[in-house]
Design a protein around this ligand. Structure first.
Ligand SMILES: [Ca+2]
Ligand SMILES: [Ca+2]
Length: 252
């Protein structure tokens, strides 16, 4: 009887926890295919970004052109600052199409940011020509050995960019270690197991942003589509543990 009562309490607790974790996930997990004509769904778009109807992942619907022209940049971002949860870990996964016709040195920037800190602070990746090859580049700061106490910007090439076809990029970030890993076009890059450092450490991720800030007079663009964002829910682990306990009690 006592065992049965305990099980009932646990089942109730599991139910309450699962409900509360569901309510907390107001925005995440999220998925955007941008297939509604002219709509950026729950993303904010500023600058000259446009919807794309020809180069679309999956072949139908629409995608988003993150582009810049003549000093006019694009910013396409999703904010989580008003979410009740605080996200210390996040996985961003999206499809991108880079054009060989891009004549500029730099196109897409990808940033996971803490909006309480100004600028590019967390994981920061850019598509940029390095040594004549269009590359996925890791941007971060180190203490300047030539001038200690000041920041030195470092640009490390992670991989070459595949052009004129869709490829998937996944960024898995933790604000606890202030590092991230990258999976690009089916290959995992984890910096020899160390992860890649943030531009600078942050406490939480409250914005995911795609941008193109190329100042050239020639248009440059990267098309993005099918963007998914997930965070691990600590409650899920608690529920699983409690659930296992309830099952064990039941068996006994
Ligand atoms: Ca789409
Ligand atoms: Ca941190």
């Amino acid at each position: 009887m006592i065992i049965k009562l305990k099980t009932a309490v646990l089942v109730t607790l599991v139910f309450v926890l699962s409900q509360s974790s569901y309510v907390l996930a107001t925005i995440i997990p999220s998925f955007n295919n941008f297939n509604t004509a002219g709509s950026y769904e729950d993303w904010t778009k500023t600058g000259v970004a446009t919807k794309e109807t020809t180069i679309v992942h999956g072949g139908t619907g629409e995608a988003v052109n993150v582009r810049a022209k003549g000093g006019y940049p694009s910013y396409v971002y999703k904010d989580f600052a008003s979410d009740p949860g605080s996200y210390t870990q996040m996985q961003l996964s999206f499809w991108m199409y880079e054009y060989s016709a891009n004549a500029n040195d730099q196109s897409l920037n990808i940033a996971l940011q803490d909006t309480t800190t100004v600028g590019y602070v967390g994981p920061n990746l850019r598509i940029k020509v390095k040594n004549g090859v269009r590359s996925l580049v890791h941007y971060y700061n180190i203490d300047n050995p030539a001038n200690p106490g000041t920041a030195l910007l470092v640009e490390d090439v992670i991989a070459s960019i595949v052009m004129d076809q869709w490829s998937q990029l996944t960024i898995s970030a933790s604000t606890i270690s202030d590092t991230f890993t990258v999976q690009y076009n089916g290959v995992m890059y984890n910096n020899n197991g160390n992860g890649y450092s943030f531009y600078q450490p942050i406490n939480e991720i409250s914005r995911v942003q795609f941008s193109n800030t190329n100042g050239s007079a020639v248009v440059s663009r990267t098309t993005i589509d099918d963007v998914s964002i997930i965070v691990p829910e600590p409650c899920t682990i608690a529920i699983l543990a409690l659930g296992a306990l309830a099952f064990r009690k039941k068996k006994a």
